[in-house]
Design a binder for this molecule. Sequence first.
Ligand code: NAI
Length: 301
Amino acid sequence: MSELRFDSDVALITGAGRGLGRAHAVELARRGARVVVNDLGGAVDGTGGESSPADEVVAEIRAAGGIAIANYDSVATAEGGAAMVAAALAEFGRLDVVVNNAGILRDKSFGKMTAAELDPVIAVHLRGAFNVSIPAWNHMKERGYGRIINTSSGAGLFGNFGQANYGAVKAGLLGLTRVLAVEGKKLGITANVIAPAAFTRMTEGIIGDLGKLLAPETISPLVAYLANRECPLTGHAFAVGGGHVAAILISETRGITESALTAESVRDRIGEILDPTDAFTPPDLNFELRELFAALEGVRA
Ligand code: NAI
């Protein structure tokens, strides 16, 4: 079986000074990628900053014979995103892979949530992915090749108490990924999204004892596959952790179609509407609309 290599490729990994990002950076570098290790080195809530986390990961990669540079810009600003892409191009002359991984937490139950919890979480996770991916995209488009991997969370895809801000942006990253997959199709750019479960400083208080099963390094094999030239997938979402990988599907049931739908028929047929038998998984909106029009044709016929 041939090894998945990155010998010609340059990867930018955000938030790579610790946790998952560090593991991705080390894994891609081990497989031959030249890596930009971005991290502003802040606390879990996004406050503060120091250069040592990114520097330490770069030192680790270099000690193992790999090639990496550090970058300390924040993904939360357009200038920061542009600067880290520019750093990749200045040092290595190209950028093939972006892993949007930087993240912070500011949990609060919904009624107590204020701009202090909402704005920074939107800025880092959601705007952050735009800030980094737009300049990267324009470079990738010119070269006709790119791999983008976004980092979502089960908190957004499935729901979790106290994480309305975080869940909303993480679900937003799924939407972003799906649109990039559609727009990237003719450009040679793929976009996929992962929902990891790993024991890091971000989750140590939540995961507890089971954490020993969920090393950050167990997430990186999926990232390495999705980032590789051999991977044709785009628009997919994956749950990943501890050696387990599964696809997360956005599916639609066959539902019901009536020419004169009423609230009562929705009530009376809700079981059929929710029935997952023969559910389909649209790759994009056009596909979903074709299914809708086919169903409408069916009742008119
Ligand atoms: P972590 O706290 O260990 O690492 C996140 C890194 O992002 C930190 O080193 C931090 O300095 C950096 N960072 C924060 N704001 C930044 C900014 N504005 N610019 C640049 N770097 C910034 O957390 P972990 O667990 O490694 O999280 C990585 C990603 O995975 C995050 O997006 C997180 O939301 C996501 N995630 C993690 C899960 C887990 O089980 N650990 C579960 C689901 C999602």
